[in-house]
Design a protein around this ligand. Structure first.
Ligand SMILES: [Ca+2]
Length: 132
């Protein structure tokens, strides 16, 4: 009984450790430069040589020419700090600091989550296809 309990604990600790690795700050699984539906999408991790933290930047170019930049600037937690929308040469930046920006960032976060999910699926399918 005691042994079984210990074993369970070991397995549990192992799982937690693995979980922690999974949550590490490597988001390379999302690196992408290609199409998602009609949109041209790139995801990059911007490295700073003297800084341990990277930015995660998702850029989406819409068919009508709009460019939307989703930026995870802090924490590398895939939670957006701001979003930039460029339209007819004008760039507007929205942060969570004001009421307007807050609502826009909330919506942008949903889109961002959907995009990175699609990137992961697309890349997985591509790899599986290449294996055939
Ligand atoms: Ca963030």
């Amino acid at each position: 009984m005691t042994i079984r309990k210990t074993l369970t604990s070991i397995v549990l600790v192992g799982t937690l450790a693995l979980g922690a690795v999974g949550c590490s700050k490597d988001h390379s699984q999302y690196k992408y430069d290609g199409k998602i539906g009609e949109d041209q999408v790139t995801f990059i991790e911007k490295d700073y040589f003297f800084n341990a933290a990277d930015d995660n930047i998702l850029t989406v170019t819409k068919q009508d020419g709009r460019v939307i930049k989703y930026v995870d600037r802090l924490g590398e937690d895939l939670k957006l700090e701001y979003v930039e929308i460029t339209q007819s040469g004008q760039t507007t930046k929205y942060t969570a600091d004001d009421e307007v920006g807050k609502s826009i960032l909330e919506e942008a976060q949903k889109q961002f989550d959907a995009y990175i999910q699609q990137i992961k699926e697309t890349r997985t399918n591509q790899g599986l296809n290449d294996l055939k």
